[in-house]
Design a protein around this ligand. Structure first.
Ligand SMILES: *Cc1c(COP(=O)(O)O)cnc(C)c1O
Length: 376
């Protein structure tokens, strides 16, 4: 069996070791220590736009804290993009709130502004309280933020940007994650950079950063004994993980360059194959990190279905994956209200993510190409 080609494996640079070593040498082996603050600083200077970052254990915990910061409580509703990973929506349920799912539009594959406004009006007419909007930049592609922000402003609903997949992507020259009221990032093993597992909350003010840090470290009041006036969480990133993150920040730009170059190679290859359409930036306002390269398969034209292609690649030990199954089709969310057309459902049926790692070799790429050609 040939060696497995993974969809999006971790890509370490070697620079991580120095930071981990210093954590061990200084005995900061805890969810506190210099690497955490340094990692936050590195993120803040990379993101710019007066962003204040809080390093956490996961992107999921960052979304949970964002909802808590916005006062989301039992019975409230949160509008969430349906076409996403379940982690975008699960924390809504942790809060006892109700997710309401919104379909995507075909250009960015992200939240459809028209359906968003329709949903807001309908929920309001039903007497519901909408506390937040969660918009996702899927596969690194920025959502239609101008339209979404204008609607959010009109109805005075805060926006949480799930930029878990979009570190380094920009919309009209501005970093994804800094465009909403709060943003989140993920550093899971498969993301554009990793801390082995981790995430960050991106705030607009120092005060929000301090408050969310406080919540993430068990909400301890300042007192010599342990005193608590609020429910806290154990969500802080460890100093070891943050060390991996510090090393990864030094190569983030290289990772983005590599993923974009790989996307370009796929683009050239598929331009010769009728029936395969590669997911592309709608116009120059959108700059994607191309975390994952995604294709849409026209079974009529290609002569093979998405599943035919996936299984064919799998036989050659090449990992690929169907696009996200929309949340409104998930058994666990079968009771949730939704406002959808056919966009996400169609993408789920026809779409496939291809190996996209920043460490994918040219030999790997050749194998992938040959595997596609051997379909015919
Ligand atoms: C990975 C991911 C998350 C969750 O991040 P974790 O760090 O794995 O908890 C949330 N939303 C999206 C869109 C993701 O891809």
């Amino acid at each position: 069996m040939k060696e497995k080609i993974w969809l999006s494996p971790p890509h370490l640079s070697g620079l991580e070791l120095g930071y981990i070593q210093s954590a061990l040498d200084s005995n900061w082996v805890a969810p506190e220590g210099p690497n955490i603050h340094l990692f936050e600083q590195k993120l803040e200077s990379y993101l710019g736009d007066n962003s204040y970052c809080v390093a956490l254990q996961s992107g999921t915990s960052a979304i949970h804290l964002a909802l808590i910061m916005l006062g989301v409580k039992r019975g409230d509703e949160v509008l969430c993009q349906s076409f996403t990973f379940s982690a975008s929506a699960n924390p809504i349920v942790y809060q006892g709130a109700i997710p309401v799912f919104i379909d995507s539009e075909p250009d960015s594959w992200n939240m459809c502004p028209d359906l968003l406004e329709e949903a807001i009006n309908d929920r309001i007419s039903k007497g519901k309280t909408i506390k937040a909007i969660i918009v996702v930049h899927l596969y690194g592609m920025p959502a239609k933020m101008d339209e979404i922000s204008a609607i959010a402003l009109k109805y005075n609903i805060p926006v949480i940007e799930d930029a878990a997949e979009a570190l380094g992507s920009t919309y009209k020259g501005r970093m994804c994650g800094t465009l909403g009221d709060l943003g989140i990032l993920s550093f899971n093993g498969n993301k554009i950079i990793t801390t082995s597992g981790g995430g960050a909350l991106i705030c607009k003010t120092k005060k929000e950063k301090e408050y969310s840090t406080f919540l993430s470290t068990q909400a301890r009041d300042s007192a010599p004994h342990f005193q608590h006036s609020e429910i806290g969480y154990n969500y802080r990133m460890s100093n070891i993980s943050a060390g991996i993150g510090c090393g990864q920040m030094e190569v983030l730009k290289d990772h983005i360059t590599a993923r974009r170059q790989l996307n370009q190679l796929y683009r050239e290859f598929f331009s010769t194959l009728e029936g395969i359409q590669i997911f592309s930036e709608p116009d120059s306002n959108y700059y994607s990190n191309h975390w994952l390269t995604a294709i849409v398969i026209d079974e009529q034209k290609l002569g093979f279905s998405r599943e035919d292609v996936r299984l064919h690649l799998e036989k050659e030990n090449i990992e690929s994956r169907p696009l996200w199954k929309p949340m409104h089709l998930q058994p666990v969310f079968s009771d949730a209200p939704y406002y959808v057309g056919q966009v996400a459902e169609n993408l789920f049926i026809k779409g496939l993510c291809l190996p996209s790692g920043s460490n994918l070799s040219s030999d790997d790429f050749l194998r992938i190409k040959e595997s596609f050609l051997s379909l015919f």
